[in-house]
Design a protein around this ligand. Structure first.
Ligand SMILES: Cc1cc2nc3c(=O)[nH]c(=O)nc-3n(C[C@H](O)[C@H](O)[C@H](O)COP(=O)(O)OP(=O)(O)OC[C@H]3O[C@@H](n4cnc5c(N)ncnc54)[C@H](O)[C@@H]3O)c2cc1C
Length: 463
């Protein structure tokens, strides 16, 4: 793999979450950074065509909030000032159902943590405003046709931009960051330049999203985050988030190619099935705003660039361009924020081979999260395709763990902190926690038997 050249000009393809984070990091190391974005960027926190997922619920994990605030100090305060709900991870703020188990209700967690609930357009807009204020960064409304590859030097030396004229414009760059999202053409370009395509891990999740914006009467719900994930028994789930502009987004989804409800009355019927009566009754008072939005997400995809023996210098992928996770787990933006950290560390360490270092670091953080979501997809989300044999038994053990976590606050807290990617990216309970799970489930089982016996003898005495 080739070494890096100077640090004059960096180009970023795409001004979404990954591109903006990349620009922030690169601005500390390059004289100038130009971000090219094919979408016209709105001047207010609005949805835009190239990020259709913005119309559906976007959970910002607690870890992601911390990482973004590290990249853009003051971001969280500004979001709260803009009305973004801030909430402690307490039962009265969050209703959280995972794989058919409801966690965190009926008891207070010992170690609460803070979550933020910006809408996706709000988060991107807040970050963009900060990037626009960086003196050596420029965001241009142009589409990148493709990078320029110098075969003699075996490196990318800039990008060609789509132009109205016959010849595309060329812009030289010492490094190009591909933050073009999961539709990136980097694998194709690599092949054209004489490299291998990256090997891929794919999970056929077959997810469909259907969302509606809502208005709810003030105080109708005490929670701001309501999640009921799909389960083995039920391939449909939903998320309901209250955002900064006092609107709510209700997203329903189907996994394993099961269609989610398409109309608002059907969405309400699903909410009635999945949520406690108190919440579904409040939802009946909601007023739908605008038209529903739909999105299909057929596969999770991890392009494993770190496995390639040869990779050109002068270019590196970031964000969904590398790994696009099952969105129902709400991890994509947080995983992108971690990759921005890898880029910073590689640049600060003066990496000879930037892509090599960043690709490897990204693989290390992607692996545990990818594995856990894949286990969940095969065990609970009816994913199709070949999975390692041990995925399903591990999924069953997790089912027991989540069952115990419903009534054991220590287990619930462990799960919620890990799910938020706070303590570790690995979702592997210690032997102590496994023992606790077994004892807890055993106690519940014995209590159930005792209650049944008491009921039987009560009935006999009465007859
Ligand atoms: C339905 C759905 C729900 C999701 N929910 C969550 C959630 O709850 N929580 C969470 O953390 N994550 C969620 N995600 C994932 C999250 O949206 C992404 O991880 C996040 O947007 C980071 O993506 P990105 O910046 O890498 O790419 P994208 O957001 O896809 O952006 C790519 C950008 O590159 C631009 N671009 C592409 N090609 C070119 C070109 N040739 N020239 C110029 N510009 C170009 C595009 O216009 C776009 O702006 C969800 C995703 C989906 C699909």
């Amino acid at each position: 793999m080739g070494g890096e050249s100077g640090r004059k000009h960096a180009v970023v393809i795409g001004a979404s979450i990954a591109g903006l984070c990349a620009a922030r990091v690169l601005s500390d190391f390059y004289d100038g950074v130009t971000v090219y974005e094919r979408d016209e960027l709105p001047s207010t926190p609005d949805n835009r065509p190239a990020v259709p997922q913005g119309r559906h619920v976007h959970l910002l994990m607690a870890r992601g909030a911390m990482e973004f605030d590290g990249l853009f100090p003051g971001l969280l305060d500004d979001m709260v000032a803009a009305g973004v709900p801030i909430l402690e991870n307490r039962p009265d703020c969050i209703y959280f159902g995972a794989a058919g188990h409801v966690l965190g209700t009926g008891h207070t967690l010992r170690d609460e943590f803070t979550a933020y609930v910006p809408s996706r357009p709000q988060l991107e807009w807040q970050i963009r405003q900060r990037v626009l204020q960086i003196a050596n960064v420029e965001i241009q409304h142009r589409s990148v046709a493709q990078p320029r590859f110098d075969a003699d030097a075996q490196r990318v030396t800039g990008v060609y931009l789509d132009s109205d004229g016959s010849e595309p414009d060329f812009v030289a760059a010492d490094v190009v960051v591909d933050a073009a999202g999961r539709g990136t053409r980097l694998p194709v370009w690599l092949e054209q330049w004489g490299y291998q395509r990256p090997p891929e891990k794919i999970v056929d999740v077959g997810i469909g999203y259907a969302s509606h914006q809502l208005r709810l009467p003030e105080g109708a719900l005490r929670e701001r985050v309501i999640v009921a994930g799909a389960s083995r028994q039920h391939p449909l789930g939903l998320g309901l988030l209250g955002y900064e502009d006092r609107t709510w987004t209700l997203t329903t989804f189907g996994v394993g190619k099961v269609e989610p409800p398409h109309t608002f009355p059907e969405m309400l019927a699903l909410a009635e099935e999945l949520l406690p009566e108190r919440i579904s009754t409040a939802l009946r008072r909601a007023e739908p705003v605008g038209e529903p939005a739909f999105h299909r997400y057929p596969t999770s995809r991890w392009r494993r660039y770190h496995k390639l023996e040869r990779f050109p210098a002068g270019i590196l992928p970031l964000g969904d361009a590398v790994a696009s996770f099952d969105p129902t787990y709400g991890q994509g933006m947080t995983m992108t924020s971690l990759q921005a950290g890898h880029l910073r560390r590689a640049l600060a360490g003066g990496a000879d081979d930037l892509a090599h270092d960043v690709n490897r670091a990204t693989a290390k953080t992607t692996f545990p999260v990818w594995m856990m979501t894949a286990i969940g997809d095969f065990a609970f989300h009816h994913a199709a395709g070949q999975a390692p044999r041990w995925y399903r038994p591990v999924g069953s053990l997790f089912d027991q763990f989540l069952g115990a976590a419903e009534t054991d606050p220590v287990l619930a807290e462990w799960f919620l902190r890990r799910f938020s990617l706070l303590d570790s990216l690995y979702m592997v309970p210690s032997t102590g926690l496994v023992g606790r799970t077994v004892r807890h489930n055993m106690r519940l089982w014995l209590a159930g038997r005792r209650a049944a016996r008491a009921e039987r003898s009560g009935a006999l005495a009465a007859s």
